[in-house]
Design a binder for this molecule. Structure first.
Ligand SMILES: [Fe+2]
Ligand SMILES: [Fe+2]
Length: 289
């Protein structure tokens, strides 16, 4: 039985949460900084749904890798889809949210649009500011590699399950912290008050879409959202992968931890650079004023 504590210590968890917190604090200093943060976070996050689906597909495709050793009839022993299902679980709503009936990407775009309106950005400013800086391109490229896995390569697939565990467990904390800073601590001010004044909706493709739901469906500062379920499913996927692979569970954990570490480094870099960019945006605007 694997536990999240096998991947991250309490101290590392605290450090990670403090890094996220600093970036969120930098984001709320100024509407422009808030836009920059939301633009960067929605861009990076916007790949997650597709990458999870690819990982699930790569596991399912690897029919000869995940086998039940207690089943002597070889075709009856194939278990790849059993593992894959627990990964895919995290991306079903990503493609079409059951409640909102749109992909999560659309909800993220609604929030980004509201943040751009809040910052009073013109269309050319929105496009110019959203050109991904080199650090973000690097973060995205590394995310592709680490989530990428390869069908029919057991070690690569187990590493990417570790990446998936990292992504889900960290996203749970990220959304909770964002929600604390944006909503919990600024319930009647700043961006959240701006959204409230507009009944939390923006126009998107002829429809009114909720501009804050993207955060709260994933996690809130007061309660768990879907990320906690996704993490539980990701742990089940690793559990089954270990059951249907010949390697020892120590070796499986070692591989998964490699994928977890790779993603943890990327996640840290994202929030460190996002904080710097938000602080620079807020300082720049202050100097120009
Ligand atoms: Fe999502
Ligand atoms: Fe998730």
């Amino acid at each position: 039985m694997f536990r999240i504590e096998d991947f991250i210590t309490a101290t590392e968890q605290d450090t990670m949460e403090a890094t996220v917190r600093r970036a969120c604090d930098a984001a709320v200093r100024d509407p422009l900084a808030q836009f920059v943060f939301i633009d960067r976070y929605t861009r990076w996050n916007g790949y997650a749904g597709a990458l999870v689906a690819k990982l699930s597909g790569n596991i399912g495709e690897s029919q000869d890798l995940f086998l039940d050793a207690n089943e002597p009839d070889h075709a009856q022993a194939v278990r790849g889809m059993d593992v894959a299902g627990h990964v895919l679980d995290a991306t079903v709503d990503e493609h079409l949210d059951k409640g909102h009936r749109v992909p999560h990407r659309t909800l993220a775009q609604a929030m980004r649009k509201a943040a751009a309106d809040y910052a009073g950005l013109s269309l050319p400013e929105r496009n110019a500011l959203s050109e991904p800086p080199a650090w973000l391109q690097d973060v995205v490229a590394r995310t592709f590699v680490c989530y990428g896995s390869v069908a029919h390569d057991a070690e690569a697939l187990i590493r990417s399950i570790g990446t998936h565990i990292a992504s889900e467990s960290m996203a749970d904390r990220e959304y909770a912290i964002i929600d604390r800073v944006f909503r919990g601590e600024r319930h009647y001010e700043g961006f959240y008050q701006y959204l409230r004044d507009r009944d939390f909706r923006v126009e998107l493709g002829g429809k009114l879409v909720h501009a804050y739901a993207w955060i709260t469906i994933h996690a809130t500062f007061e309660s768990q959202g879907v990320e906690a379920d996704h993490l539980a499913e990701a742990m089940k996927a690793l559990e089954l992968a270990a059951r249907f692979r010949p390697e020892s569970s120590e070796r499986i954990l070692e591989l998964a931890r490699e994928g977890y570490r790779d993603f943890a480094d990327i996640q840290r870099d994202f929030f460190v650079y996002a904080e710097r960019e938000c602080a620079a945006a807020a300082d720049g605007r202050r100097q120009a004023a």
